[in-house]
Design a protein around this ligand. Structure first.
Ligand code: IFM
Length: 454
């Protein structure tokens, strides 16, 4: 899309939220500072071969110290909302009160950060869990243990008591698929496991902790809006054959419905439960009702669509007996993810049709490409710019079709620690020169700023 037919801000409702999205472990650094405890990602990074470039989050973007300039940059862009997450091990280095005291210095950091946002006219959107579980809790099973739910509620109570007067948007969890499936089953993320049953049990506890945290947040943060963020994918079948269409339904069951159905009060999808068999999570009476506690919004992170075909070989087809098909000739990001603005329209309209959430917030959307800092001191990231423009055009289309999307948060403000990929992937609309910690708005960031200030 040329910038001539790029969307303009006035195409969107006047009260639309425009934001940037970040997370604690990916940008903060200060890995051992001010009493912070070890997280599962600190531990994971120490295991040889886990992180592609052998890096860790010890320094990252040094946002722990450079946050004033990062917030200045966000303000300069013209966003009115800023999404960040709290690092649990900064608040409870020992995971829970039973094991040790609250770390005042950790709370004080988020006090400063939130005050800094408010001073700059940025509405703070706080994610409570963006994957950095205290390592001590992992030692008792991490999210596979029901005790971690209790610890999360304690942590939520502490954070929302402290920040709840100023933070009015809370996201309990970011992308349970990634923290549970990629962490406990696919062996890609911390803590690094290979058990499907563990992943499903961990996920059950994650969504249970979400539901049980909602009243705690509401108690401590008057008039707060509370939600959860899921990574969701529009899925198509490789052909119209009955087999591939059935594979689509099975894959969608685990990828999307497994999360959406219980949150929207339908329990786990029966067809998927049957397929997971003995790996199904242990569910205690009352859990499903807690998980379905009404929220104010559904947070959606959209990156790419998927195509699947029938595959009855358990080695390649997995428990859903479906495998991914690489589409040929499609545009892809540096990660190899398909670029599909239409996928965003398809996903959002499907969510509205099948689940009818009161409000959807697009809490992440972005892309990684090989960025080059050129001699003119700029990063001419024309692919990311085009990605951003076309996804905003798609968003406009979805809103026109009646989907209640009320906010868009670009992932991410800064290049950062991209989990198992280390610093090899740059998602920022601002380039980070890690050696000097200089930030340089890329062309995509400069355009986002112009778009917001039009
Ligand atoms: O960097 C991640 C983020 O932490 C969660 N959502 C997807 C992003 C890109 O992979």
């Amino acid at each position: 899309m040329s910038s001539n037919n790029a969307p303009i801000r006035k195409d969107f409702p006047a009260d639309f939220r425009w934001g940037v999205s970040t997370s604690s472990f990916q940008i903060e650094g200060a890995g051992q500072e001010d009493g912070k405890g070890e997280s599962i990602w600190d531990r994971f990074c120490k295991q040889p071969g886990r992180i592609r470039d052998g890096s860790n989050g010890n320094v990252a973007c040094d946002h722990y110290h450079l946050w004033p300039q990062d917030l200045d940059m966000a303000k300069g862009l013209g966003v009115n909302a800023y999404r960040f997450s709290v690092a649990w091990p900064r608040i409870l280095p020992n995971g829970s009160l039973g094991r040790g005291a609250v770390n005042e210095a950790g709370l004080a950091f988020y006090d400063r950060l939130v005050d800094g946002m408010l001073e700059r006219g940025l509405d703070p959107w706080c994610t409570l869990y963006h994957w950095d579980l205290p390592q001590v809790l992992q030692e008792q099973g991490g999210w596979t243990s029901r005790e971690t739910v209790a610890a999360f509620l304690e942590y939520t109570d502490i954070v929302t008591r402290r920040l709840g007067d100023r933070v009015k948007h809370w996201i309990t969890h970011n992308e349970p698929w990634c923290s549970c499936m990629m962490g406990y089953w696919e062996n890609i993320h911390a803590p690094g496991g290979t058990s499907f049953a563990d992943a499903l049990q961990a996920n059950h506890h994650v969504v249970l902790s979400h539901g049980q945290a909602i009243p705690v947040i509401r108690k401590n943060s008057a008039d707060a809006k509370v939600g959860i963020t899921l990574s969701l994918h529009p899925i198509t079948a490789a052909s119209d054959s009955a087999e591939d269409l059935a594979a689509l339904k099975r894959h969608d069951g685990l990828r999307n419905r497994w999360f959406l159905d219980p949150l929207f009060g339908r329990g786990y999808p029966a067809d998927t439960l049957e397929l997971v068999g003995d790996a199904a999570p242990e569910i205690v009476e009352g859990d499903l009702a807690a998980i379905a506690t009404p929220t104010d919004f559904l947070g959606v992170n959209y990156y790419f669509p998927e195509m699947v075909k029938d595959d009855q070989d358990p080695k390649t087809g997995g428990p859903m007996r479906a495998s991914l098909v690489e589409k040929e000739g499609v545009e892809r990001t540096g990660f190899g993810w398909e670029v599909s603005p239409q996928g965003l329209v398809d996903l959002l309209t499907r969510l509205q049709r099948d689940y009818n959430p009161p409000v959807i917030q697009l809490t992440e959307n972005g892309s990684t490409f090989e960025d080059v800092l050129t001699p003119d001191g700029r990063v001419h990231d024309k692919e990311r710019l085009s990605y951003l423009q076309r996804h905003l055009a798609a968003l406009k289309q979805a809103i026109a079709a009646g989907v209640p999307v009320k906010g868009y948060f670009a992932w991410s403000l800064l290049d950062n620690f991209e989990w198992a990929e280390g610093y090899l992937r740059r998602f920022g609309i601002a380039y980070v020169d890690y050696a000097s910690q200089r930030r340089i708005l890329k062309d995509s960031g400069l355009w986002y700023g112009r778009f917001l200030n039009e």
